[in-house]
Design a protein around this ligand. Sequence first.
Ligand code: C5P
Length: 301
Amino acid sequence: MTAVTVTVPAKVNVQLAVGGRRPDGFHDLANVFLAVGLYDRVTASAADELGISGEGRDIGSVPLDATNLAARAAIALAKLHGIEPRVHLHIEKDIPVAGGMAGGSADAAGALLACDALWGLGTPRDELLSLCAELGSDVPFSFVGGAALGLGRGELLTPLEVGGTFHWVFAAADGGLSTPAVYRECDRLRREEGAGDTVAEVPAPVADPGLLDALRGGSAAALGAVLANDLQPAALSLRPDLRGTLAAGRAAGAVAALVSGSGPTCAFLAADAAAATRIASALGPTARTALSPAPGATILP
Ligand code: C5P
């Protein structure tokens, strides 16, 4: 085999319950992930040494060097097997960069699967998932896709049942938000409110049983009523302009609107495909429609 191409989906968090800051700096989460049908493609080609290239609208803000999470994934897999990372990775980016949709995590998950196939390693799935968790909190979910509850820092996954297709619209915002900066702002807002921000002070996050029921039921109205993102106040504090985007989507008929993960992408749940098209056109040319759930990292034939 000389090249392997893998598609990997973006995600939206339909519930992101954020607990206190742990001694290791991460936050305990109850993170309900839903994979959505916006995909990056990662192609791994045989090469003498590690190389990386990319294409797509936002590619200028992606580091195309060994610090890229996809390159780190290739290096980690090679190390596990005691081999050299002889691969060129090419990333076709369609997921907004630094947008709160796990685009970097998607590329890492895609690179792992593509390199494993290219190098003929046949790494067991649980070992690939452990590597994913070392690379980042969202990488295991990017690998598995569908819908899942992520506990711990988001890496301990339990698959969830989804009873239908959900229609989404995503409005990417200019300039990304740094995930650590959004968590820091969340902590700052909590301290300012006098609630404290550590695991000892913040109640442990729990998945909302009503939200899991709504996912299982497949009704947009039911899911829209319970969407929740604890990082949203922090994202809005850093990017007050997002309030206008959320309001515009609601005015255009969205069942619900929320910031996707740490933002700044805004996510709108639509009643059906026609409503999604109307909301996207009201939000402007960069808004995208997508369906969920979507499959995880998949090797293209
Ligand atoms: O795991 P990942 O590298 O994606 O995390 C990026 C940053 O986001 C972490 O360094 C941390 O600041 C923050 N984070 C967190 N709690 C989590 C996940 C991420 O504080 N559960």
